[in-house]
Design a protein around this ligand. Structure first.
Ligand SMILES: Cc1ncc(COP(=O)(O)O)c(C=O)c1O
Length: 447
């Protein structure tokens, strides 16, 4: 089992193994020394991808891999509609938000139309981290508070502010002194069906702890699918008592939709909508422009008042005509192809086939998820004890069988299955066949 400080590295190449790599890969990895030392590569033998089309990625020798991991190109790799929109806009003009331009207005209206009407303002950034950073600053200005609550294995980004609110980054990284954590809502191990009220009680406890330390409560930031916590979408409505508790104590609710947003959960376009609640602030990014840097903060207009009064906001590349053209083409294509419905249908098929497989392979302890966001808890057979080593060997074996996925959760033992939303029926079958093959190969190696 791994410790908290290594979770972010649970699927990563170890530099000490560089001499074991084939010559070409070894040379590339060596050249990467020019990059800052904080970068990590996936897998024992890193992958060099030269092309990607739809749900497939290709190495320079043409070997095909099924992508069951990358959520940024949610419409598929090298999507034509996005290429055309970006190229057309680059041929016209690309400036910034200090000049008027139709693109940002058209997209802002279309994006806000996907939200409940109370969420009626939008600001643009370039990454999920920047969106969360701004959301926290707005929450603090609106409440006059400081203290933010997150889950124990949350990841909200990499700015100084949100790194301090991202315990998943590892126990060696200092956390914000006014941040408080509630435990991961582990529906598999907690032994209660009433996770919502359990979570609300945890929130109340942490607010009381803030008060005892003279910290005014500002709000809570939650990934609506608890992805880095191990993927716990939970039952619909689960977050209602939690958010009621936050509001009762004068805090605001920031829904981090970087992972579940844009139809991934299949049931709704935004993850929070599964719970019948309206957040005060919503952040989004990753799949927003199918690979072009683009993120956003959506807010209730009242909440922005205090912050906007005194703080101008300019973000050089954000909301540019090109970024907006890419985001617009992404949203239009999502609607045209109904990727939300595909996510729901393929997600159901995949989860059901994985549950069938779990009957045969007891290492697959729990299969959970909504839409095309599925976690499989790898355990020691007959127990709920996380088996990190087995999980790492399994994703390495899947890689040998040309399927990409990764790991998450506090013990780094949960298979993270999060393919582009255009995953097909054939892709689902290929994924499950390769998982079964990989499990069999691992069983055979044991003997
Ligand atoms: C839930 C969540 N929030 C925020 C972020 C940060 O987004 P970005 O890497 O675009 O800054 C991530 C990134 O993985 C994330 O998973």
């Amino acid at each position: 089992m791994t410790t908290n400080s290594t979770i972010m590295d649970s699927n990563s190449f170890n530099m000490a193994d560089i001499d074991k790599l084939p010559p070409k890969l070894k040379a590339m990895v060596k050249r990467r020394k020019i990059l800052g030392g904080s970068y990590r590569l996936f897998y024992k033998e890193p992958l060099d991808f030269e092309e990607g089309h739809g749900t497939k990625l290709y190495t320079p020798d043409g070997t095909e891999y099924l992508d069951a991991y990358n959520n940024i190109p949610s419409l598929g790799h090298s999507r034509r509609e996005i290429q055309e929109a970006v190229s057309k806009q680059l041929n016209k003009i690309n400036t910034h938000t200090r000049y008027l331009n139709q693109n940002i207005l058209n997209y802002a209206e279309d994006l806000l139309a996907t939200f409940p009407k109370e969420l009626n303002r939008v600001m643009f950034m370039l990454s999920g981290s920047e969106a969360n950073d701004l959301a926290v600053r707005v929450a603090k200005a609106a409440t006059g508070g400081e203290g933010i609550i997150v889950t124990a294995e949350a990841y909200h980004g990499n700015t100084a502010l949100v790194t301090g609110l991202s315990p998943a980054i590892g126990s060696d990284v200092p956390m914000d002194i006014s941040m408080r954590m509630i435990p991961t809502p582990d529906t598999y191990r907690l032994g209660t069906d009433d996770i919502g009220n359990w979570m609300a009680a945890q929130v109340e406890k942490q607010i009381a702890d803030m008060q005892r330390h003279g910290i005014k409560f500002a709000g809570i930031m939650l990934d609506s699918i608890f992805s880095s916590d191990g993927i716990f979408p939970g039952k619909k409505g689960l977050l209602k008592p939690v958010i009621d508790m936050v509001h009762k104590h004068g805090g605001v609710y920031i829904a981090d939709e970087v992972q579940p947003g844009f139809g991934r959960t299949g049931e709704t376009f935004w993850g929070f909508q599964r719970h019948g609640i309206v957040p005060d602030l919503v952040t989004m990014g990753k799949p927003m422009a199918n690979g072009i840097a683009c993120s956003a903060l959506v807010a209730k207009s009242d909440l922005l008042k205090e912050f906007s009064k005194n703080t101008p906001y300019f973000n050089t590349f954000a909301g540019s005509p090109v970024a907006m053209a890419a985001a617009q083409a992404t949203l239009d294509t999502m609607k045209k192809d109904n990727t939300q419905k595909n996510s729901l249908d393929r997600g159901k098929e995949l989860a059901s086939k994985l549950r069938d497989l779990a009957k045969k392979y007891p290492v697959l302890g729990d299969v959970r998820g909504v839409g095309l966001y599925i976690g499989v808890d790898i355990v020691k057979p007959g127990t709920k004890e996380a088996d990190y080593n087995y999980a790492v060997r399994l994703i390495e074996t899947m890689r040998e069988n040309h399927v990409l996925l990764s790991l998450c959760g506090p013990h780094g033992n949960v298979l993270k299955i999060r393919p582009p939303l255009v995953f097909s029926k054939e892709d689902v079958i290929r994924f499950v066949d390769m998982l079964e093959k990989s499990l069999d190969e691992m069983e055979n190696k044991k003997e």
